[in-house]
Design a protein around this ligand. Structure first.
Ligand code: ATP
Length: 262
């Protein structure tokens, strides 16, 4: 049984990141507990992707410490699965092979790989497209393949870097609802970046607002909106109150970042 004192799923302690003389992040400390769905919002260029890339182990902090599942990254962390804005699929592989790719790397048998891939193809609603190539799919379908591929690998932590930003509003809404359902079933630890406050309120259990660059945590908000987060919730007084609050915090930082760039 999990002990109540177990380490957070992700822990950033006094993390700073410089690129040459430019400081992207400044003294960020943040603990994400297992099963939390944390959404990060903040002005463009405030270091959100930098933070996610460092959690995944693609990059390292200049100072401070990042631990995932109680262990410091020594390279790309196999416990983390990342979904990018641009789908990052292998164009020469079918949907099925794209989803099963990581399983092949784990030396899973062919039959097991096919079963596992099919399970996640069904979960994201792509039955019938197993043998299709990415170029034959719409943007929304490709992003569902990318999500299924990460889920099939069963990572402890899922990281999403603006995954729905390039999609039309209807597709985005469908994928948001699918992701909420998957989260409710699997309770993975998720860190998700978006520029949409509505998306943050729909998906998250907790919302982090970052300052203008160098990025720091300026607000840490518990999203107590009830589920399902449908149209009724979106019209509730609490929703509007949270939205207003987050909007003011983000807006102040966007103004600061524009003024700093001027
Ligand atoms: N590899 C890199 N080398 C140099 N500078 C970088 C690198 N990666 C990011 N930066 C810079 O660090 C800052 C933070 O970038 P980052 O992409 O993390 O911001 P962001 O908040 O994700 O932005 P956006 O919302 O626009 O995607 C930016 O000024 C960016 O130009």
């Amino acid at each position: 049984m999990e002990s109540l004192t177990s380490a957070p799923a992700i822990e950033l302690s006094h993390v700073s990141k410089h690129y040459g003389s430019m400081q992207a992040l400044k003294d960020v400390s943040l603990a994400v507990q297992e099963g939390e769905f944390v959404v990060i919002v903040g002005a463009s260029g405030c270091g959100k992707s930098t933070m996610l890339n460092m959690i995944a182990g693609f990059d390292r902090p200049t100072s401070g410490r990042i631990q995932v599942q109680g262990r410091e990254n020594t390279g790309v962390n196999p416990e983390c699965g990342m979904v990018f804005q641009q789908y990052a699929l292998f164009p020469w592989m079918t949907v099925e092979d794209n989803i099963a790719f990581g399983l092949k790397m784990k030396r899973m048998s062919k039959a097991e790989r096919r079963n596992r891939a099919q399970e996640y193809i069904d979960m994201v609603g792509l039955r019938g497209f197993e043998k299709s190539y990415p170029k034959a799919l719409s943007g929304g379908m490709r992003q569902r393949v990318a999500i299924a591929r990460v889920l099939a690998n069963n990572p402890k932590v899922m990281l999403f870097d603006e995954p729905f930003a390039a999609l039309d509003a209807m597709t985005r809404q469908v994928l948001q609802e699918q992701l909420v359902r998957i989260y409710e079933q699997q309770r993975k630890t998720i860190v998700f970046i978006t520029h949409s406050i509505d998306e943050a309120l729909l998906l998250s259990s907790r919302i982090i607002v970052m300052s203008a660059r160098p990025g720091q945590v300026v607000q840490d908000i518990n999203n107590d909106l009830p589920h399902p987060r449908n149209a009724d919730v979106q019209l509730s007084e609490r929703y509007l109150e949270l939205k207003r609050h987050i909007w003011h915090a983000v807006q102040a930082e966007v103004v600061r970042s524009i003024e700093a760039a001027a």
